[in-house]
Design a protein around this ligand. Sequence first.
Ligand SMILES: [Cu+2]
Length: 66
Amino acid sequence: MKQTLSITGMTCNNCVRHVTEALRELPGVRDAAVDLASASATIEADREIPRDEIARALDDAGYALA
Ligand SMILES: [Cu+2]
């Protein structure tokens, strides 16, 4: 299933890379595409990932779920 997320704190392509890696490490996530310009991400996963789980992973990486 696909989930679309709004993410705050990204300012450059390194941020995009960090966020992409953090999202891809979540169990069940098969792919994550992060877009800097729209401050958003789309994840494709085997399950619905709870928002708090996503928020925690982003927070650990230094970003936040909007
Ligand atoms: Cu950056």
